[in-house]
Design a protein around this ligand. Sequence first.
Ligand code: G6P
Length: 475
Amino acid sequence: MSEAEFVVVANRLPVDRVAGPDGEDFWRRSPGGLVTALEPVMHQVDGAWVGWPGRPDLHVDPFDFDGTRLVPVQLSAEEVELYYEGFSNDTIWPLYHDVIAVPRYRRVWWDAYVKVNRRFAEAAAAATAPGGTVWVQDYQLQLVPQMLRELRDDLTIGYFHHIPFPAYGIYAQLPWRKQVLRGMLGADVIGFQRVADAGNFARSIRRLFHYETKGGRIVVPEEDGSTRFAVAKAYPISIDAESYVELARKPEVQARAREIREGLGNPRKILLGVDRLDYTKGIRHRLKAYGELLEDQRLSVEDTTLVQVASPSRERVESYVNLRDEIELTVGRINGDFDTMDHTAIRYLHQGYPREEMVALYLAADVMLVTALRDGMNLVAKEYVACRTDNRGVLVLSEFAGAADELGSALRVNPHDIDALKDTIVRATEMPGAEQGRRMRALRKKVLENDVERWSQSFLAALDEARSLRAAVGS
Ligand code: G6P
């Protein structure tokens, strides 16, 4: 197998296996921002992507797709259950999102996590050319950086953590807290979404290892008595803003936006929520506030409709199954209580949509509700802003979403405070055009300047610096 100079390692490959009309499966590029961000880098150097093809027991040999070498890592059905659904999404995910759901600590899950992380590390080690760079993505693979370093000390290794890193008092619950930190510390550069995440990480390192951490630099003692540096800093991720702008300018997308409005009975205001169906997103809090506003008659279904897109996610994990039941019960109750023959309170869609349709929906929506209880970044907030080339629309944004650090001109809200959330929703529906314009212009400036290309460039520049430093020290 040929070796690449630049290798991305992520839980998922950047393609999905989909069923074709003739019954034959084929690969389709997944729509994620990460894929778009890394595409130019992948094409400039000779790049490879190591990841799981998304189905249990699927064996696929490495293949080229769109100029990138894809290296599939096979997972058995049992490994999907223990490593992906179990440790990644029923231990780490709830723990790192401030225990909104109760994390479960199971030793068999941890064992599978170690085993699968080793498989990814071995695949990356085999795929990377001498002196190459490997960029590991996200919480499913926290042990890969150190495992890879042990296999290949000639590599420069980056790790980016897409979700929050919790305060020490919460992190300390993890029975394998030291092993996980050691895994991440194997990277030369460890990237986080928010300054607070990088701070929480550094504090855990100090509390558990007593290493020196200063200004984002961590001094890591090696087994042979030498030391090396690791950088732990915030690099907030973004979207490929320009591609959203282009879509939003297309006449057919704008026509579709009008059609959506008409389909909803041309209400005065359309409120919109777009989330993976996940308990971190604050969908229940949003529905509670909206239902009470209808009850209090501060909003009416003749005037307002809430469109809630909740895309299916992790459907075999119990907390997700329960959440779906709860949300659907609540939506049914609110609609039952308030719908009229002609108007609906909530248009609920448990489906995913192509990007064009989402852009049309963003254009149709007067108010975007992002009420996450905890969120690494929340790219939906940035997508909405990027699409509003008309400088209209209001973004209601939870202060617990990473995006709140950059998007100061949104209407910021604490979603736990239902009264404040209600007031903010009403304020958003009543905001005069001039204020909408002023806020939206400021938001758009941020999102268009700090796009995903800038994100990957700044992370990769930090990795380059780490490489030069290592070369200078001679390690
Ligand atoms: C979050 C995580 C990603 C993950 C995505 C979808 O954004 O940070 O790592 O890929 O959710 O979740 P899934 O479990 O379907 O990969």
